[in-house]
Design a protein around this ligand. Structure first.
Ligand SMILES: Nc1nc2c(c(=O)[nH]1)N[C@H]1C(S)=C(S)[C@@H](COP(=O)(O)O)O[C@H]1N2
Ligand SMILES: [Mo]
Length: 196
């Protein structure tokens, strides 16, 4: 069966590149992944520690708010639920902010998401991908090397932070980078939740 495009979207076979600002330059020495906010104890993982976590392969659809949709990209990465094993969450944590690089600041970009929707194998921090036109290859610097988030297809792709630096756990929903500028908090492409 043909897959349904969300309303107002068109299909692309290539993977477009879209972000604000310059591209993060990876430096393993200064790179870390922070788990912080509403947790009993904050944790900071090195690149080697993150890359030694169990790996998940998942095929997902991506829907960008600028109206392109790309079906069936296969990613290899670390599921968000693997990261959760490192922290004990405070009571009533329901949202997260996924941080990434923007404008010289490793925490300059952020995207808010409800934690309950991110517990499956389709919420991944990815470093490798393939599709029908490409064999396995590393995520390029412009797509978020060395590690970027890919959200489930029930969220527009701006929730997919590139050059990730950490997760902040929250009790209440808070605006991220695009949400502060008027984009949707919930961002469901199938309900066409672009702005609010
Ligand atoms: N750090 C960071 N991540 C980001 C962005 C950004 O500007 N900075 N742009 C977002 C937006 S709006 C989109 S549509 C996707 C695009 O990902 P792609 O270029 O890999 O297709 O990255 C998201 N992640
Ligand atoms: Mo976007």
């Amino acid at each position: 069966m043909e897959k349904q495009l969300p309303p107002g979207q068109f299909k692309t076979k290539t993977w477009p590149i879209l972000h604000q600002g310059d591209v993060y330059e990876f430096n393993e020495q200064s790179w870390n992944f922070r788990l912080f906010g509403q947790v009993k104890q904050e944790v900071s993982l090195s690149f080697a520690e993150v890359m030694s976590l169990p790996k998940t392969v998942s095929t997902v659809d991506m829907h960008c708010v600028t109206a392109w949709s790309k079906f069936d990209t296969t990613f290899e990465g670390i599921a968000l639920h693997e990261m959760l094993k490192f922290v004990e969450l405070n009571e009533d944590v329901k949202y997260i902010q996924v941080y990434g690089y923007y404008g010289g600041d490793r925490f300059g970009y952020s995207a808010n998401l409800p934690l309950k929707d991110l517990l499956g194998d389709n919420a991944l921090f990815v470093y490798r991908w393939k599709d029908e036109t490409h064999d396995w290859q590393d995520i390029t610097p412009k797509h978020g090397y060395p590690l970027r988030f890919i959200p489930p297809a029930s969220f527009y792709l701006w929730k997919g932070t590139k050059w990730v630096s950490g997760i902040r756990f929250m009790k209440q929903d808070e605006e991220g980078f695009w949400e502060e500028l008027g984009y949707s908090m919930t961002a469901n492409p199938f309900k066409e939740e672009r702005f609010r």
